[in-house]
Design a protein around this ligand. Structure first.
Ligand SMILES: [Zn+2]
Length: 414
């Protein structure tokens, strides 16, 4: 396959071509060899694949499996999933939904996803059996929801780690007491060291300004020297911290080397539910964290389930939501792309794919010619290539028979 007229960098107006052989390997760049399909990228910009470092694939797309979540709270959503939905998650059901979920990620240019799967009704074990596929790599978190000290969760988490889950989960603010929460952090780190795994916790996913487990996690990561393997997901309580405390916390987060993973779309839906007007936004302080030198990445979180009824794994839309909720400014638009690429690869401890001869083809051609227009429009990529597999999202806009696609999608010249 030859892909021609590709832009490699925003500020370079040269056109390049990429030739991919039948094995899905990049054979040459700018060699104009062609013996198969030819795709004209028409000057669109190439990008590395997107990453979704926080999702719940085990129960995604189960919105219609149970009653509606009428309070809109996380607590009611979790109750519905535990009590009604999880009973319906058989191996066969999971495999069918996962087939759709993988394609939804792939057409949106996401090749790597981290899925937090609970031990209820063995969802995590079913995911470990179902996850192999050629389009999207699924990293599994053994997620002890609603806490290590419920049911036989600790034993089941051990078993999931032994069976191949790459990441130890935790959820300290949801344990029965503050002391249990602190103990759960120690348990998670003990497991990560014992089994040589990564750590990613649901931490401080509340509007409670006194929920302060992020400091406990970061302190533990620092003591054990494994901050680079540790992610703190959500941290929505940080929205409600006083500024002095938040500033002190950023120093510890940076020193420990942990990553923060925020999920702005779902946090906007779930947080502030106990407020009257005015309602808090309840999203981690993404912008301040970045400016403090901390590695921040963005995830989709839930899609079409009792916790969040909408969503589609379009990571550009997630980046756009971060822009909106955390008061980013126009000079910062482009750097939001790092939150769904470079920073997310780092949080998941993955190597970034490179476009060069001899490598497996793993890249996207965006719908647009600039990163600014990609984030502004949040359109799915024009072309997604992974080895021998590829997907196209073709958008054609015509007004009175005149093709206007380029002018309408690319509004700012670079
Ligand atoms: Zn989550």
């Amino acid at each position: 396959m030859l892909i021609k007229n590709v832009k490699f960098q925003e500020d370079d107006n040269k056109s390049h071509s990429i030739y991919i052989n039948d094995e899905g390997i990049i054979e040459c760049i700018d060699c104009d060899k062609k013996d198969g399909e030819v795709i004209d990228a028409k000057g669109r910009l190439i990008s590395k694949p997107f990453v979704n470092p926080h999702a719940h694939l085990g129960y995604a797309l189960t919105l219609n499996y149970a009653r509606h979540n009428l309070s809109g709270t996380l607590i009611e959503g979790v109750e519905i999933i535990r009590e009604e939905v999880s009973q319906k998650i058989t191996q066969d059901d999971l495999e069918k939904r996962l087939g759709k979920i993988i394609k939804m990620h792939f057409i949106n240019g996401v090749f790597y996803v981290r899925s937090h799967d609970p031990v209820w009704n063995d969802v995590v074990f079913k995911m470990l059996k179902a996850r192999a596929n050629p389009l999207v790599d699924i990293q599994v978190v053994a997620f002890p929801s609603p806490g290590f000290f419920f049911d036989e969760n600790l034993e089941k988490i051990r078993k999931a780690l032994e069976e191949g889950a790459e990441v130890v989960g935790l959820i300290p603010h949801s344990e029965r007491s503050y002391d249990d929460g602190v103990k759960s952090v120690k348990i998670a780190f003990d497991l990560a060291v014992e089994y040589n795994k990564l750590i990613d916790g649901h931490v401080d996913e509340t509007d409670d300004p006194n929920s302060r487990f992020s400091e406990v996690v970061a302190r533990e990561a620092l003591s054990r020297g494994i901050g680079y393997r540790t992610s703190i997901s959500h941290m929505t309580a940080s929205h409600s911290y006083d500024n002095w405390y938040f500033h002190k916390l950023t120093l510890l987060l940076r020193e420990s080397g942990v990553s923060i993973i925020s999920n702005p779309i779902v946090s906007m839906h779930l947080q502030g539910r106990y407020d009257n007007y005015p309602k808090r936004r309840g999203v981690a302080r993404i912008r301040e964290l970045i400016n403090s030198g901390i590695n921040v990445a963005l995830g989709s979180d839930n899609v079409a389930d009792p916790i969040y009824p909408l969503g589609d794994y379009n990571m550009l839309r997630v980046a756009q939501e971060a822009f909106l909720v955390d008061h980013f400014t126009s000079n910062e638009v482009e750097k939001l792309l790092n939150l769904i690429t470079t920073n997310a690869y780092k949080a998941m401890q993955l190597k970034e794919p490179e476009v060069k001869p001899g490598n497996k083809a793993e890249f996207l051609i965006l719908q647009t010619k600039t990163i600014y227009d990609a984030i502004r429009t949040a359109l799915p990529p024009f072309l997604v290539v992974r080895g021998k597999h590829y997907a196209m999202n073709e958008i054609k806009i015509r007004i009175d028979e005149i093709e206007e696609t380029d002018k309408i999608i690319n509004i700012i010249d670079k």
